[in-house]
Design a binder for this molecule. Structure first.
Ligand SMILES: [Zn+2]
Length: 436
Protein backbone atom coordinates (compact mmCIF):
# COMPACT_ATOMS: atom_id res chain seq x y z
CA UNK A 1 0.00 0.00 0.00
CA UNK A 2 1.16 3.45 -0.75
CA UNK A 3 1.14 5.52 2.41
CA UNK A 4 0.51 8.74 0.62
CA UNK A 5 -2.11 10.12 -1.66
CA UNK A 6 -3.03 10.15 -5.28
CA UNK A 7 -0.61 12.97 -6.03
CA UNK A 8 2.36 10.63 -6.23
CA UNK A 9 2.65 9.66 -9.86
CA UNK A 10 5.52 7.28 -9.30
CA UNK A 11 3.72 4.87 -7.02
CA UNK A 12 0.07 5.56 -7.52
CA UNK A 13 -1.18 2.15 -8.55
CA UNK A 14 -4.56 1.33 -10.02
CA UNK A 15 -7.29 0.49 -7.51
CA UNK A 16 -7.01 -3.00 -6.16
CA UNK A 17 -3.47 -3.47 -7.38
CA UNK A 18 -1.51 -1.46 -4.82
CA UNK A 19 0.85 -4.13 -3.63
CA UNK A 20 1.70 -5.60 -6.98
CA UNK A 21 2.41 -2.19 -8.48
CA UNK A 22 4.84 -1.33 -5.73
CA UNK A 23 6.45 -4.75 -5.85
CA UNK A 24 6.90 -4.36 -9.58
CA UNK A 25 8.68 -1.09 -8.98
CA UNK A 26 10.89 -2.78 -6.39
CA UNK A 27 11.74 -5.46 -8.96
CA UNK A 28 12.80 -2.77 -11.36
CA UNK A 29 15.29 -1.65 -8.76
CA UNK A 30 16.43 -5.04 -7.51
CA UNK A 31 15.93 -7.39 -10.39
CA UNK A 32 13.82 -10.54 -10.42
CA UNK A 33 15.12 -12.08 -7.15
CA UNK A 34 13.16 -12.21 -3.93
CA UNK A 35 12.13 -8.78 -2.83
CA UNK A 36 14.05 -7.59 0.20
CA UNK A 37 12.70 -7.10 3.68
CA UNK A 38 13.04 -3.69 5.20
CA UNK A 39 16.52 -4.23 6.54
CA UNK A 40 17.84 -5.72 3.32
CA UNK A 41 16.16 -2.91 1.46
CA UNK A 42 18.14 -0.40 3.47
CA UNK A 43 21.38 -2.25 3.01
CA UNK A 44 20.81 -2.71 -0.70
CA UNK A 45 19.96 0.95 -1.02
CA UNK A 46 23.27 1.84 0.55
CA UNK A 47 25.07 -0.70 -1.58
CA UNK A 48 23.92 0.70 -4.90
CA UNK A 49 24.36 4.26 -3.68
CA UNK A 50 20.94 5.01 -5.02
CA UNK A 51 18.87 6.27 -2.16
CA UNK A 52 17.34 8.68 -4.62
CA UNK A 53 15.94 5.92 -6.79
CA UNK A 54 12.71 5.80 -4.90
CA UNK A 55 12.55 9.49 -4.10
CA UNK A 56 9.05 10.35 -3.07
CA UNK A 57 7.94 6.77 -3.44
CA UNK A 58 7.52 5.58 0.11
CA UNK A 59 5.76 2.36 0.84
CA UNK A 60 4.56 0.87 4.06
CA UNK A 61 6.39 -1.85 5.92
CA UNK A 62 3.47 -4.11 5.16
CA UNK A 63 4.06 -3.87 1.43
CA UNK A 64 7.71 -4.69 1.52
CA UNK A 65 7.57 -7.29 4.22
CA UNK A 66 5.04 -9.53 2.53
CA UNK A 67 7.88 -11.50 0.98
CA UNK A 68 10.47 -10.69 3.58
CA UNK A 69 13.18 -13.08 4.63
CA UNK A 70 11.77 -15.22 7.46
CA UNK A 71 14.50 -14.01 9.80
CA UNK A 72 13.17 -10.50 9.40
CA UNK A 73 9.56 -11.07 10.29
CA UNK A 74 9.82 -10.22 13.97
CA UNK A 75 7.98 -7.03 14.69
CA UNK A 76 10.30 -4.33 15.88
CA UNK A 77 9.34 -2.40 19.01
CA UNK A 78 9.02 1.36 18.76
CA UNK A 79 12.43 2.92 18.85
CA UNK A 80 14.14 4.18 21.89
CA UNK A 81 17.78 4.25 21.42
CA UNK A 82 20.25 6.25 23.31
CA UNK A 83 22.15 4.34 25.92
CA UNK A 84 24.63 6.01 28.17
CA UNK A 85 26.88 3.17 29.26
CA UNK A 86 29.50 5.02 31.24
CA UNK A 87 30.86 8.50 31.70
CA UNK A 88 31.54 10.21 28.40
CA UNK A 89 30.27 7.23 26.41
CA UNK A 90 26.98 7.04 24.56
CA UNK A 91 25.65 4.69 21.90
CA UNK A 92 22.90 5.47 19.40
CA UNK A 93 21.22 2.80 17.29
CA UNK A 94 18.89 2.86 14.34
CA UNK A 95 18.94 3.33 10.59
CA UNK A 96 22.13 5.30 10.05
CA UNK A 97 22.94 7.62 7.17
CA UNK A 98 26.72 7.30 7.07
CA UNK A 99 29.60 9.08 5.35
CA UNK A 100 29.70 11.95 2.88
CA UNK A 101 27.97 9.74 0.31
CA UNK A 102 25.05 9.28 2.75
CA UNK A 103 24.98 5.47 2.72
CA UNK A 104 22.04 3.94 4.50
CA UNK A 105 22.72 1.10 6.89
CA UNK A 106 21.45 -0.29 10.14
CA UNK A 107 23.66 -0.17 13.16
CA UNK A 108 25.12 1.60 16.15
CA UNK A 109 27.18 4.75 16.57
CA UNK A 110 29.48 4.82 19.58
CA UNK A 111 30.40 8.23 20.96
CA UNK A 112 33.25 8.86 23.38
CA UNK A 113 33.91 12.33 24.74
CA UNK A 114 31.85 13.86 21.97
CA UNK A 115 33.61 12.08 19.13
CA UNK A 116 32.29 9.30 16.91
CA UNK A 117 34.69 6.44 17.64
CA UNK A 118 32.96 3.59 15.86
CA UNK A 119 30.08 2.80 13.52
CA UNK A 120 28.99 -0.81 13.70
CA UNK A 121 26.72 -2.32 11.07
CA UNK A 122 24.40 -4.67 12.90
CA UNK A 123 20.77 -5.54 13.42
CA UNK A 124 19.22 -3.25 16.02
CA UNK A 125 15.82 -2.94 17.62
CA UNK A 126 15.44 0.78 17.16
CA UNK A 127 13.50 2.20 14.22
CA UNK A 128 15.02 5.65 14.64
CA UNK A 129 16.64 7.29 11.63
CA UNK A 130 19.93 9.04 12.40
CA UNK A 131 21.40 11.62 10.02
CA UNK A 132 24.11 14.26 10.40
CA UNK A 133 22.83 17.39 12.14
CA UNK A 134 22.03 19.96 9.45
CA UNK A 135 24.35 22.79 8.51
CA UNK A 136 22.71 26.07 7.49
CA UNK A 137 25.35 28.32 5.90
CA UNK A 138 23.35 31.51 5.31
CA UNK A 139 21.07 33.10 7.88
CA UNK A 140 20.35 36.55 9.24
CA UNK A 141 19.09 35.80 12.74
CA UNK A 142 19.16 39.43 13.80
CA UNK A 143 15.79 39.39 12.06
CA UNK A 144 14.38 37.16 14.78
CA UNK A 145 12.50 40.18 16.14
CA UNK A 146 10.71 40.68 12.82
CA UNK A 147 8.95 37.47 11.87
CA UNK A 148 6.54 39.05 9.44
CA UNK A 149 8.38 37.96 6.38
CA UNK A 150 5.43 37.34 4.13
CA UNK A 151 5.01 41.10 4.18
CA UNK A 152 7.98 41.04 1.86
CA UNK A 153 5.68 40.03 -0.94
CA UNK A 154 4.23 43.54 -0.84
CA UNK A 155 7.64 45.20 -1.07
CA UNK A 156 10.31 45.25 -3.70
CA UNK A 157 13.79 43.95 -2.88
CA UNK A 158 15.01 47.55 -2.75
CA UNK A 159 12.23 48.71 -0.44
CA UNK A 160 12.85 45.80 1.87
CA UNK A 161 16.61 46.05 2.20
CA UNK A 162 17.78 49.37 0.78
CA UNK A 163 15.21 52.12 0.48
CA UNK A 164 13.57 52.75 2.89
CA UNK A 165 14.94 49.56 4.42
CA UNK A 166 11.89 48.00 5.96
CA UNK A 167 14.12 45.39 7.57
CA UNK A 168 16.18 48.00 9.44
CA UNK A 169 13.03 49.81 10.43
CA UNK A 170 11.47 46.74 12.05
CA UNK A 171 14.68 45.63 13.76
CA UNK A 172 15.43 49.19 14.79
CA UNK A 173 12.41 49.13 17.09
CA UNK A 174 13.81 46.24 19.14
CA UNK A 175 16.19 46.73 22.06
CA UNK A 176 19.50 44.94 22.14
CA UNK A 177 18.26 42.66 24.91
CA UNK A 178 15.17 41.79 22.90
CA UNK A 179 17.28 41.00 19.87
CA UNK A 180 19.63 38.79 21.86
CA UNK A 181 16.74 36.86 23.41
CA UNK A 182 15.03 36.43 20.03
CA UNK A 183 18.27 35.10 18.53
CA UNK A 184 18.61 32.52 21.30
CA UNK A 185 15.06 31.39 20.69
CA UNK A 186 15.76 31.00 16.97
CA UNK A 187 18.82 28.92 17.79
CA UNK A 188 16.76 26.70 20.09
CA UNK A 189 14.27 26.19 17.25
CA UNK A 190 17.14 25.30 14.93
CA UNK A 191 18.14 22.58 17.33
CA UNK A 192 14.55 21.37 17.64
CA UNK A 193 14.42 21.02 13.85
CA UNK A 194 17.72 19.12 13.58
CA UNK A 195 20.24 21.86 12.81
CA UNK A 196 23.60 21.86 14.57
CA UNK A 197 25.57 24.64 12.91
CA UNK A 198 24.71 27.82 11.03
CA UNK A 199 26.63 30.69 9.49
CA UNK A 200 25.13 34.08 10.13
CA UNK A 201 25.70 37.08 7.89
CA UNK A 202 25.66 39.11 11.06
CA UNK A 203 24.51 42.65 10.70
CA UNK A 204 25.34 45.52 13.02
CA UNK A 205 29.09 45.17 12.60
CA UNK A 206 31.24 44.56 15.64
CA UNK A 207 28.26 44.85 18.02
CA UNK A 208 26.40 42.25 16.00
CA UNK A 209 29.25 39.77 16.35
CA UNK A 210 29.35 40.41 20.12
CA UNK A 211 25.62 39.60 20.30
CA UNK A 212 26.06 36.44 18.28
CA UNK A 213 29.04 35.25 20.33
CA UNK A 214 26.95 35.76 23.47
CA UNK A 215 24.04 33.74 22.04
CA UNK A 216 26.47 31.06 20.86
CA UNK A 217 27.68 30.53 24.43
CA UNK A 218 24.15 29.87 25.64
CA UNK A 219 23.06 27.18 23.19
CA UNK A 220 24.49 23.93 21.87
CA UNK A 221 23.80 25.05 18.31
CA UNK A 222 27.00 26.45 16.89
CA UNK A 223 27.05 29.92 15.35
CA UNK A 224 29.60 30.77 12.69
CA UNK A 225 29.57 34.56 12.76
CA UNK A 226 30.47 36.39 9.57
CA UNK A 227 31.19 40.04 10.30
CA UNK A 228 29.27 42.22 7.88
CA UNK A 229 31.32 44.96 6.25
CA UNK A 230 32.11 47.52 5.48
CA UNK A 231 32.89 48.21 9.13
CA UNK A 232 34.05 51.56 10.43
CA UNK A 233 37.42 52.42 8.92
CA UNK A 234 38.74 53.34 12.36
CA UNK A 235 38.31 49.74 13.58
CA UNK A 236 41.11 47.22 13.39
CA UNK A 237 39.87 45.00 10.57
CA UNK A 238 42.21 42.12 11.32
CA UNK A 239 41.31 42.09 15.03
CA UNK A 240 37.59 42.23 14.28
CA UNK A 241 37.80 39.34 11.82
CA UNK A 242 39.80 37.36 14.39
CA UNK A 243 36.95 37.92 16.84
CA UNK A 244 34.48 36.53 14.30
CA UNK A 245 34.54 33.39 12.13
CA UNK A 246 34.77 35.30 8.88
CA UNK A 247 33.60 38.27 6.89
CA UNK A 248 30.86 39.10 4.41
CA UNK A 249 29.92 42.21 2.55
CA UNK A 250 27.85 43.57 -0.29
CA UNK A 251 28.57 45.21 -3.64
CA UNK A 252 29.80 47.74 -4.54
CA UNK A 253 33.00 46.45 -2.98
CA UNK A 254 35.67 48.77 -1.67
CA UNK A 255 39.27 48.38 -0.65
CA UNK A 256 38.16 46.91 2.71
CA UNK A 257 36.61 43.92 0.94
CA UNK A 258 39.92 43.13 -0.75
CA UNK A 259 41.84 43.44 2.52
CA UNK A 260 39.25 41.30 4.32
CA UNK A 261 39.59 38.68 1.60
CA UNK A 262 43.33 38.43 2.27
CA UNK A 263 42.94 38.43 6.04
CA UNK A 264 40.37 35.61 5.88
CA UNK A 265 42.65 33.56 3.65
CA UNK A 266 45.59 34.07 6.03
CA UNK A 267 43.55 33.19 9.12
CA UNK A 268 41.59 30.31 7.55
CA UNK A 269 38.35 32.23 8.13
CA UNK A 270 35.29 32.20 5.88
CA UNK A 271 34.84 34.92 3.25
CA UNK A 272 31.33 34.89 1.79
CA UNK A 273 29.18 37.17 -0.37
CA UNK A 274 25.74 37.71 -1.85
CA UNK A 275 25.45 37.96 -5.61
CA UNK A 276 23.03 37.65 -8.51
CA UNK A 277 20.00 38.08 -6.28
CA UNK A 278 17.74 40.82 -7.74
CA UNK A 279 19.86 41.00 -10.91
CA UNK A 280 23.27 40.04 -12.34
CA UNK A 281 24.92 43.43 -11.80
CA UNK A 282 27.16 42.36 -8.91
CA UNK A 283 28.24 38.93 -10.16
CA UNK A 284 31.48 39.91 -11.94
CA UNK A 285 32.76 41.93 -8.98
CA UNK A 286 31.73 39.20 -6.52
CA UNK A 287 33.41 36.33 -8.32
CA UNK A 288 36.54 38.47 -8.86
CA UNK A 289 36.99 38.50 -5.07
CA UNK A 290 37.17 34.69 -5.17
CA UNK A 291 34.92 34.11 -2.14
CA UNK A 292 34.74 30.73 -0.40
CA UNK A 293 31.10 30.92 -1.39
CA UNK A 294 28.57 33.31 -2.70
CA UNK A 295 24.83 33.18 -2.17
CA UNK A 296 21.68 33.29 -4.32
CA UNK A 297 22.99 33.45 -7.93
CA UNK A 298 19.39 33.52 -9.13
CA UNK A 299 20.57 35.48 -12.17
CA UNK A 300 23.58 33.31 -13.04
CA UNK A 301 24.78 33.96 -16.61
CA UNK A 302 26.12 31.30 -18.94
CA UNK A 303 29.76 32.32 -18.44
CA UNK A 304 29.48 32.20 -14.64
CA UNK A 305 29.20 28.42 -14.40
CA UNK A 306 32.72 28.02 -15.75
CA UNK A 307 34.10 30.64 -13.35
CA UNK A 308 32.43 28.98 -10.36
CA UNK A 309 33.90 25.65 -11.42
CA UNK A 310 37.40 26.89 -12.31
CA UNK A 311 37.79 28.98 -9.15
CA UNK A 312 36.04 26.46 -6.89
CA UNK A 313 33.59 29.04 -5.59
CA UNK A 314 30.70 27.37 -3.77
CA UNK A 315 27.11 28.58 -4.00
CA UNK A 316 24.47 28.67 -1.29
CA UNK A 317 20.98 28.40 -2.75
CA UNK A 318 18.03 29.80 -0.82
CA UNK A 319 14.95 28.80 -2.80
CA UNK A 320 12.31 29.77 -0.25
CA UNK A 321 13.85 33.20 0.22
CA UNK A 322 13.98 33.74 -3.54
CA UNK A 323 10.32 32.81 -3.83
CA UNK A 324 9.28 35.25 -1.12
CA UNK A 325 11.32 38.23 -2.28
CA UNK A 326 11.72 37.75 -6.00
CA UNK A 327 9.10 35.22 -7.09
CA UNK A 328 12.00 33.50 -8.81
CA UNK A 329 14.17 30.43 -8.28
CA UNK A 330 17.91 29.83 -8.68
CA UNK A 331 19.18 27.53 -11.47
CA UNK A 332 20.01 24.99 -8.80
CA UNK A 333 20.61 21.96 -11.01
CA UNK A 334 23.13 23.77 -13.21
CA UNK A 335 24.88 25.33 -10.24
CA UNK A 336 25.08 21.85 -8.71
CA UNK A 337 26.76 20.56 -11.88
CA UNK A 338 29.30 23.37 -11.75
CA UNK A 339 30.28 23.53 -8.08
CA UNK A 340 29.43 22.70 -4.45
CA UNK A 341 25.87 23.78 -3.68
CA UNK A 342 24.49 24.02 -0.17
CA UNK A 343 21.03 25.00 1.08
CA UNK A 344 20.17 27.69 3.59
CA UNK A 345 17.14 29.44 5.03
CA UNK A 346 18.16 33.15 4.89
CA UNK A 347 16.56 35.90 6.99
CA UNK A 348 14.38 34.77 9.85
CA UNK A 349 12.01 37.58 8.84
CA UNK A 350 11.37 35.78 5.55
CA UNK A 351 11.33 32.10 6.49
CA UNK A 352 11.46 29.73 9.40
CA UNK A 353 15.02 28.56 10.04
CA UNK A 354 14.02 24.90 9.57
CA UNK A 355 16.33 23.09 7.15
CA UNK A 356 13.63 20.43 6.89
CA UNK A 357 11.39 22.89 5.10
CA UNK A 358 14.22 24.05 2.83
CA UNK A 359 14.97 20.44 1.89
CA UNK A 360 11.34 19.65 1.13
CA UNK A 361 10.95 22.68 -1.13
CA UNK A 362 14.21 21.90 -2.90
CA UNK A 363 13.38 18.25 -3.44
CA UNK A 364 9.98 19.07 -4.89
CA UNK A 365 11.04 22.05 -7.00
CA UNK A 366 14.24 20.76 -8.61
CA UNK A 367 15.46 17.70 -10.44
CA UNK A 368 17.98 16.46 -7.89
CA UNK A 369 17.95 13.24 -5.89
CA UNK A 370 16.95 13.16 -2.23
CA UNK A 371 20.49 12.07 -1.37
CA UNK A 372 21.88 15.15 -3.12
CA UNK A 373 19.42 17.34 -1.22
CA UNK A 374 20.50 15.81 2.08
CA UNK A 375 24.15 16.43 1.17
CA UNK A 376 23.27 20.04 0.36
CA UNK A 377 21.83 20.37 3.86
CA UNK A 378 24.78 18.74 5.65
CA UNK A 379 28.23 18.01 4.25
CA UNK A 380 28.16 20.59 1.46
CA UNK A 381 27.38 23.41 3.87
CA UNK A 382 30.08 22.12 6.21
CA UNK A 383 32.55 22.25 3.31
CA UNK A 384 31.65 25.84 2.43
CA UNK A 385 32.23 27.00 6.00
CA UNK A 386 35.51 25.02 6.11
CA UNK A 387 34.38 22.58 8.78
CA UNK A 388 33.87 19.41 6.76
CA UNK A 389 36.72 17.66 8.54
CA UNK A 390 34.83 17.84 11.83
CA UNK A 391 31.08 18.02 11.03
CA UNK A 392 28.54 17.40 8.25
CA UNK A 393 28.60 13.61 8.08
CA UNK A 394 28.51 10.58 10.35
CA UNK A 395 32.06 9.24 10.25
CA UNK A 396 34.57 7.90 12.70
CA UNK A 397 36.78 10.68 13.99
CA UNK A 398 34.22 13.43 13.47
CA UNK A 399 32.39 15.25 16.24
CA UNK A 400 29.11 13.60 17.21
CA UNK A 401 26.58 16.06 15.81
CA UNK A 402 23.54 14.05 14.81
CA UNK A 403 19.81 14.45 14.30
CA UNK A 404 17.80 11.50 15.60
CA UNK A 405 14.36 11.13 13.99
CA UNK A 406 11.55 9.10 15.50
CA UNK A 407 9.50 6.94 13.17
CA UNK A 408 6.51 7.01 15.48
CA UNK A 409 4.83 10.01 13.81
CA UNK A 410 5.07 11.38 10.29
CA UNK A 411 7.86 8.98 9.36
CA UNK A 412 5.89 5.91 10.36
CA UNK A 413 5.80 3.43 7.45
CA UNK A 414 8.43 5.32 5.50
CA UNK A 415 10.67 2.77 3.78
CA UNK A 416 13.25 5.03 2.13
CA UNK A 417 14.69 6.89 5.11
CA UNK A 418 16.40 9.65 3.15
CA UNK A 419 13.27 10.45 1.14
CA UNK A 420 11.33 10.48 4.40
CA UNK A 421 13.68 12.97 6.06
CA UNK A 422 14.05 15.18 2.99
CA UNK A 423 10.49 15.27 1.73
CA UNK A 424 8.19 14.94 4.71
CA UNK A 425 9.85 15.14 8.14
CA UNK A 426 8.89 17.96 10.47
CA UNK A 427 10.40 19.29 13.68
CA UNK A 428 7.99 17.04 15.57
CA UNK A 429 9.80 14.00 14.23
CA UNK A 430 13.15 15.16 15.63
CA UNK A 431 13.52 13.09 18.75
CA UNK A 432 16.82 14.64 19.66
CA UNK A 433 19.59 16.69 18.11
CA UNK A 434 22.82 15.39 19.59
CA UNK A 435 25.36 18.22 19.64
CA UNK A 436 28.76 17.47 21.09
ZN1 LIG B 1 21.60 37.11 2.96
Amino acid sequence: MSDHGSSCGCCNPPAGADTSAIRERMRQVYGPEELPGRRQFLKALAGVGAAGVLAGCTTSDGATNTTADPTETTAEPPGTTATATEDGVETLSGTLVVGEEMSVTEGTVRIEDGEIVSITEEGVESDDIIVPAFVNPHTHITDSTAKDGERARNYSWYELFIDPGLKSEINGNATRAEKRQAMIETMEFMRASGTGTFADFKEEGVTGIEDLNMADEQTAVEAVGLLTGAIDESADLQAEIENADGYNTYAPYGEQAERAREICADLGKVFALHSGEPNADDIDASLALNPDYTSHMVHTREQDYQTLSDDDIGVVCLPRSNLVILDELPPLERLHEATTVALATDNVMLNSSSMLREMEFTSKLFDVTVTEVLQMATINGARLIKRDEEIGSIEEGKRARLAVFSTDYELQNVVDPIAGIVRRATARDVERTVLY
